[in-house]
Design a protein around this ligand. Structure first.
Ligand code: TYD
Ligand code: MG
Length: 482
């Protein structure tokens, strides 16, 4: 059978099929297939005519210069990139529309331009007047950023090849760019990929650092930036809850730096403000003395971050109780609930459970288990936890509380912010050399903690509910390793 030239390409992940189907089998998204020419950019005539040239093969050993980096002038942004933009590298900044990508990059380009570097901002989405208006609002109108509203990659590359090489070029956004070399419409996978390829080639050739902005769309109407993720050197994701002003910049992939650092910003009327001490921000709106809240002493990259976990456990009216979680792994929540039920006699099958990480932060550490469990039990027995306590520790399936990394820096941060005690794994005590600066309440098993919190509930006279089985918490747990 003759191979048809037209094919159906998933606009989310780029997988190609030779007939239409409702669901992309590669990424599992629905209704993302669109008809495109998947053969890519180079016409067959050129492809077959080109003769291979020989190149020199190198050894692994040999002198390499440190990646020459350029500071953006924004500490939080530099933290995520691993110390600044690397020459000739291409970085993708993804995020929901309206999250603040253009604002962040307007600020970064302006700071760099003020520091005397040639920076270029190409907007494919907004008119020059709109970009100027934003810069005006940010108080950056005087920064010597070079601005253009263009969408043709060829024109952009030709223009930027002239004069001094720009140190930083922002392309806002990659989905609006198009190149002559492919036929598809702008925004399709083929166009996005070909445009990104041309821009990456230009970056490598010229040594300019390029930032591509990419919208993440759930419905898959516009090609998601996922198709360029593997082509670029670093992928940063800009996240936040729409209703809150906190924004988190996170490295998802980074060829030149760590991927566990986060940058924290606050969206204000005057643009993004860097938050150098995120704990203070995340704890600023604490409801002191409310049942169901626990402060987790976490680590994000190299930095300790204290954040409040909020739980609500309420009797359900549904056959299958609801479990909803924001900012944490739902399967982690299920595990903690199962351990509470199986080992600590905490009955939750008749309750809806909601868990929320305050401030729009997304926690990935298992160390949050203990804080989550404390918040859940606190809500269940309707007894607030001590307001001066922080919690951290991983819970194993057997109900043991296991040690986590960087105990000392977690404790230091908690002490710095005025906390008086820490609830932590028993085995972490050895790691705390000398005076920790706060009282240490070590727990070997989850049962101990549940019993403590349940006792607080009884002391408050919350007798109308008996959610924690009597005697269930009485030392049913034995630590396996003594
Ligand atoms: P924007 O950078 O345009 O988002 P993106 O490029 O990711 O689509 O930011 C849009 C939102 O940010 C918009 O809802 C208004 C808000 N905003 C502020 O609150 N303060 C500001 O100083 C600016 C420039 C924007
Ligand atoms: Mg924008």
């Amino acid at each position: 059978m003759a191979k048809s030239t037209l094919s159906f390409v998933c606009q989310n992940c780029g997988a190609a099929y030779n007939r239409w189907q409702g669901k992309c089998e590669a990424c599992g998204e629905w209704n993302t297939l669109a008809e495109e020419d998947p053969t890519g950019s180079v016409p067959v005539s050129i492809r077959s005519r080109r003769k291979g040239r020989t190149f020199k093969l190198e050894s692994l050993a040999g002198k390499t210069q440190d990646a020459p980096r350029l500071s953006s002038g924004m500490t939080e942004l530099d933290r995520v990139t691993g110390g600044g933009f690397v020459r000739g590298s291409v970085l993708l900044v993804g995020g929901d529309p309206g999250i603040g990508k253009s604002t962040l990059l307007t600020q970064a380009t302006s700071m760099m331009a003020r520091a005397g570097h040639r920076t270029v901002y190409i907007s494919g989405e907004e008119a020059i007047a709109q970009v100027r208006l934003r810069a005006d609002r940010l108080g950056l109108a005087d920064a010597p950023v070079q601005l253009a509203a263009e969408t043709s990659v060829e024109d952009i590359v030709s223009t930027l090849s002239e004069g001094t090489v720009p140190r930083l070029i922002v392309i806002d956004s990659i989905q609006t760019m198009w190149t002559d070399t492919v036929e598809s419409a702008p925004g399709t996978v083929t166009q996005v990929r070909a445009s990104a390829q041309a821009l990456i080639r230009f970056a490598k050739r010229s040594g300019a650092a390029i930032i591509l902005v990419g919208h993440v769309t759930k419905d898959g109407q516009i090609a998601g930036p996922r198709v360029v993720e593997h082509m670029v050197d670093a992928v940063l994701s800009f996240e936040g809850e729409g209703s809150q002003q906190f924004r988190i910049l996170r490295a998802v992939k980074n060829r030149f730096g760590p991927t566990d650092e986060i940058g924290v910003f606050e969206m204000t009327g005057l643009g993004l403000r860097e938050v150098s001490n995120p704990s203070e921000l995340f704890l600023s709106e604490r409801d002191l003395g409310t049942p169901g809240t626990a402060v987790f002493a976490g680590i994000e990259g190299t930095r300790p971050v204290l954040v409040e976990l909020q739980a609500l456990v309420a009797p359900t009216s549904l056959g299958t109780p609801r479990r909803a979680v924001v900012g944490w792994d739902p399967s982690r929540l299920s595990m903690v609930l199962a351990v509470l039920e199986a080992h600590c006699g905490v009955k939750l099958s008749g309750h809806d459970v909601y868990l929320n990480v305050a401030g729009g932060l997304r926690i990935q550490e298992p160390a949050a288990d203990l804080a989550a469990a404390a918040a859940l039990v606190s809500s269940l027995v309707n007894a607030p936890l001590p307001t001066d306590a922080v919690y951290f520790g991983e819970i194993s399936l057997s109900g043991a509380v296991r040690p986590v990394a960087q105990t000392a820096s977690r404790l230091k941060e908690a002490a710095k912010l005025g906390f008086g005690r820490a609830v932590l794994p028993e085995s972490a005590r050895g790691e705390v050399g000398g005076d920790a600066g706060l009282a240490l309440n070590t727990v070997g098993g989850l049962t101990t903690l549940v019993a403590e919190i349940a006792a607080r509930g009884s002391a408050r006279g919350n007798r109308e509910r008996e959610p924690v089985e009597k005697n269930a918490t009485a030392a049913r747990f034995r630590r396996p390793d003594g």
